[in-house]
Write a protein that binds this ligand. Structure first.
Ligand code: GDG
Length: 919
């Protein structure tokens, strides 16, 4: 609130100072730069204030123009004033170019036919509404009340066409400045551009009618030719310029913004001289560039966004200052009534258009909000009519000029609201999400007495994504694995979760045996898991498993297709079980947006060659729009493999991989933990009781307590940890009876041989260690607990321990390391962390060990136990800063925002293969 008030104060201050300078005329010698600078700053601040109030910036520029417009004449010198039309035409061309660039036929695909249907229907219905009212209200309209018969018909037709006309300029500007992306902005821009093309054609026809009535002697044919030249010529000229520009971008590509402005100047100047419609030429140029080459189109859009703001600001300030509010005041109720008729007709027309075209109603219902803006073209048409038919054209022009301010202010505001409702704005309330993972967040199981209970999946990621889904809503698709899962779903296999307070839908996918074992146990866990972890377990790749994996990935894609009601909903795929989902989904939904996070390491290229289907995997992953790994080295390994195996082209700096003309952004985004939740648990009063309960459970009397928490997996280095504890107690026998190590080890994937083997090995080692080092009659050295604990119990244990060991032989990240740090708001405890876990890349203040070096590992344990308090505090404090700074929500939003920003990507990320680009 304070910030908003401050922003408002600054805005008012700037406006007042500009007015003061203008009013007193104290700066007659002010340079162009100073005056333009003032205008820019003032308008920018006003725009920013409106943005904070969730209104369009553009409205702020207009408002600024209205407020200081009368005074601008004192600030802006005559020579500067001469520049304003140039800025205006360049700005209009820029925006039109942008609108053309946004219309990608490839992306619109088979929706294009539907959009054309929608445009025609909307235009027809809206025009019919306006025409009907105008006809009925004729005596009250101050145009030509006495006209009757054909004359009246001709004027009503012209009036209708002009009143209904839209504003690609304003619409594109709102979409651009608000960073909107999604199907609504795409739909509205397409409709507005197409509709205005149709309006121009209809206008030329209506002019024929009018000329037939008022100038019966005129040669109709030549006028048609002139209009055909204007429209067709403009499109041809624009296409040519667009093609040349695309070539320039592809092969030269420097100084893009300057060249862009020059091209816009060319389009608008030559266009005017040749009597082309410059706006059409610019749209055509944009269409050609954007559709000839998506990469170049992307690049140019970014250049427009970066280079255009000053030009656009000045343009809209100038429009604002030229608004004829006096006419609006004079015509008052009549103009408002006409605006209301127009809005109602457009709304009705758009609804009919959506119904007739079959466009998704969830998006289509807001389309009318983008059709209200009105500006330049309408004014242009009005002045043509006024020039040719002064007897009634002037009155018509006056009426339209009074209408424009209403639409210039109301249009952008309405459209912004529509975009916000459709969830397409950057600062929209969070929009729904579609999460897809193999494992479900809630499992329903039947108890012996027949009751059904829902249990929550444990593990940091499941819990964190569940929290995210509760906030955003949407659907989570996962394999239904619980014994009672089928009993609680509806006909569409959905169940609302969390059970106590439903917030999103869980869609369960049924995968029967033996397909499930083959896909999950076989390909994913006996093939990919050991392939990606550089440990001593051989990956097993069997053709049957691969077939099952392909089949299940295809089924996940089909389920996503069923659940995805709008491509505006981002699809967030989890992990190595779903590597082939994206291309399978894209066959069904070319416009779906997917991101995949690969939670485990990515193997170096030589190891990847073990996998016979590595190319399919690489291609499958590259089918995502965004692919994220934990670490930079995983990302590099992936990109190298994609280059070597698929001949993909990599722009390392731009994080993009190009395969068969399609780009995937590949990034590294290390995962974090739910720091705040862990903090809250750590601060609960019941924590102390829980600690006492756990002390009793584990019979803890020792002075020194260590802890390890793992899913029982051969990658976690548990035998190595036990060997180091053995070495420690051998070297420091005085610790016997004083040290207890709690190992929480929840069995997983136990039906696989390699897991059964590691479980047995851990059992044996713990047994031997306790036999060797336990004090007779005392507690065991290692307390081994195999049942899962609640998070609150884990946090209580983390805080009981003097040290925590994470000794992975290879690990994507390891959340336990971060959870331990997050639990320690007492700034105590030492983390002993394997250099081979991803977490070691961030937690430098841990005692970093090599699990293969038993002696070095034991040294670190001694150091951990003997570390002075002050050093413990310093190290823990530093690690806590890291863990707090990157929690699991920022991880998710980095990925999801990364995915969404691909629609408005800055230039250097958009362009592939350019060495240097100046903007
Ligand atoms: C993969 C990558 C990456 C364990 N026992 C209990 C329990 N847990 C929770 C821990 C932690 C999670 O399980 C294990 O985290 P890891 O990071 O070790 O996970 P992996 O399963 O190997 O998962 C790994 C991770 O994905 C995330 O990207 O870090 O590198 O291999 O959250 O707390 N939770 C509860 N009771 C237990 O008994 N509540």
């Amino acid at each position: 609130m304070v910030r908003r008030l401050a922003a408002l104060a600054v805005a008012v201050g700037v406006v007042v100072s500009v007015r003061a300078i203008g009013a007193t005329g104290q700066v007659p010698s002010a340079g162009t730069a100073l005056a333009l600078g003032f205008t820019l700053i003032g308008a920018w601040v006003t725009g920013d204030v409106l943005r904070r109030l969730r209104l369009p910036r553009l409205t702020g520029y207009l408002l600024f123009g209205v407020l200081v417009g009368p005074y601008l004449a004192n600030v802006i010198t005559e020579s500067m004033a001469a520049q304003v039309p140039v800025i205006g035409s360049v700005a209009t061309t820029l925006i039109a170019l942008m609108a053309g660039l946004t219309l990608s036929f490839e992306r619109l695909g088979n929706r294009f036919a539907a959009i054309v249907r929608m445009t025609i229907t909307t235009l027809a219905v809206a025009s019919a509404g306006i025409a009907l009212i105008a006809w009925l209200a004729w005596p009250w309209l101050p145009v030509a009340p006495d006209a009757g018969g054909t004359a009246r018909l001709a004027i009503v037709v012209l009036l209708t066409i002009m009143v209904v006309s839209f504003s690609p300029t304003m619409t594109a500007a709102v979409a651009t400045e608000s960073g909107a992306r999604g199907r609504l902005s795409e739909l509205v821009l397409a409709v507005v551009v197409l509709a205005d093309l149709m309006v121009l054609v209809l206008f030329s026809i209506a002019m024929q009618l009018a000329r037939g009535v008022w100038h019966p002697g005129m040669d109709g044919g030549s006028v048609i030719v002139r209009f055909a030249w204007e429209i067709g010529g403009a499109i041809a000229f624009g296409s040519l310029v667009g093609a040349l520009f695309a070539l320039y971008l592809r092969y030269v590509g420097r100084e893009v913004t300057l060249v862009l402005l020059a091209v816009c100047g060319l389009l608008s100047r030559v266009g005017t001289v040749q009597q082309f419609e410059p706006l059409l030429a610019a749209v055509a140029a944009g269409l050609v560039i954007g559709n000839l080459s998506v990469a170049q189109g992307d690049a140019l859009r970014s250049a427009v966004q970066r280079g255009a703001p000053p030009v656009l600001i000045i343009f809209f300030v100038a429009i604002g200052s030229s608004l004829r509010l006096d006419l609006l005041v004079a015509l008052g109720p009549l103009a408002i009534a006409l605006a209301a008729v127009r809005a109602a007709s457009i709304r009705f027309g758009a609804a009919a258009g959506v119904a007739a075209s079959g466009i998704d109603r969830t998006v289509g219902q807001y389309a009318w909000t983008g059709l209200i803006s009105q500006a330049g073209i309408t004014l242009g048409l009005a002045s043509v009519v006024a020039g040719e038919f002064p007897e009634w054209g002037r009155q018509l022009q006056t009426l339209l000029v009074a209408l424009i301010p209403i639409h210039e202010f109301a249009g952008p505001m309405l459209f912004r609201r529509g975009l916000a409702r459709a969830g397409e704005l950057e600062d929209s309330p969070q929009r729904p999400l579609l999460v897809v993972s193999n494992r479900e967040p809630y499992v329903h199981v039947s108890a012996d007495d027949g009751t059904i209970a829902a249990t929550r999946s444990t593990g940091g990621v499941a819990v964190a994504l569940d929290a995210l889904m509760r906030e955003r809503g949407g659907t989570w698709i996962a394999h239904g694995a619980g014994s009672a899962d089928r009993l609680v779903v509806d006909a569409g296999d959905h169940v609302q979760v969390p059970p106590e307070q439903p917030a999103y839908a869980l869609r369960r996918l049924w995968i029967e045996e033996p397909t499930f074992s083959s896909y999950y146990g076989g390909f994913a866990n006996e093939g990919l898991w050991p392939l990606c972890h550089a440990v001593d377990v051989r990956p097993k790749f069997r053709a049957d498993d691969w077939a099952a994996y392909q089949d299940v990935n295809g089924r996940f894609a089909a389920a996503i297709d069923e659940e995805l009601d709008s491509s505006n909903v981002p699809v967030f795929l989890q992990d190595y079980h779903l590597a082939l989902v994206a291309p399978a989904l894209r066959q069904r939904r070319p416009d779906a947006r997917t991101a995949l996070f690969w939670h485990i390491p990515w193997p170096y290229p030589d190891r990847l060659r073990i996998c016979p289907w590595r190319r399919d995997l690489l291609r499958g992953l590259a089918g995502n729009d965004l692919l994220a790994f934990q670490l930079e080295r995983d990302r590099r390994n992936f990109l190298t493999a994609a280059e070597e195996e698929l001949g993909g082209e990599v722009d390392l700096e731009a994080s993009r991989l190009w395969i068969d003309g399609r780009a995937t952004t590949v990034v590294s985004v290390p995962i974090g933990v739910d720091y705040d939740r862990i903090q809250d648990i750590a601060a609960e009063e019941s924590l102390h009781d829980e600690q006492e309960r756990l002390r009793a459970l584990f019979n803890l009397q020792s002075e020194v307590v260590g802890i390890g928490v793992d899913r029982l997996d051969y990658t976690k280095g548990i035998p190595e940890r036990l060997a180091a504890l053995d070495a420690l107690l051998t070297r420091r026998p005085a610790l016997r009876g004083r040290l207890t190590f709690i190992q929480i080890g929840v069995p997983s994937r136990s039906d696989l041989h390699s897991y059964a083997e590691i479980e047995a090995e851990i059992n044996d080692r713990i047994h031997a260690l306790n036999a060797r080092h336990a004090v007779p009659g005392g507690a065991p050295v290692v307390c081994y607990h195999k049942a899962p604990l609640r998070l609150a119990s884990l946090v209580a244990l983390y805080r009981l321990a003097q040290f925590c060991i994470v000794s992975s032989l290879h690990d994507g990240m390891n959340l336990v390391a971060k959870e331990f740090v997050a639990s320690r708001d007492d700034e105590d405890g030492v983390l002993v962390l394997s250099a081979l876990a991803g977490a070691a890349q961030e937690l430098h203040e841990a005692l970093i060990i090599n699990p293969y070096d038993a002696d070095g590992f034991a040294d670190a344990l001694i150091e951990a136990i003997e570390m002075p308090r002050e050093q413990r505090r310093l190290r823990m404090r530093a690690m806590r800063r890291v863990v707090a700074g990157r929690n699991v929500f920022s991880w998710a939003s980095d990925i999801l925002e990364g995915l969404e920003s691909l629609w408005t990507r800055p230039l250097q990320y958009a362009v592939h293969g350019w060495e240097e680009i100046s903007v």
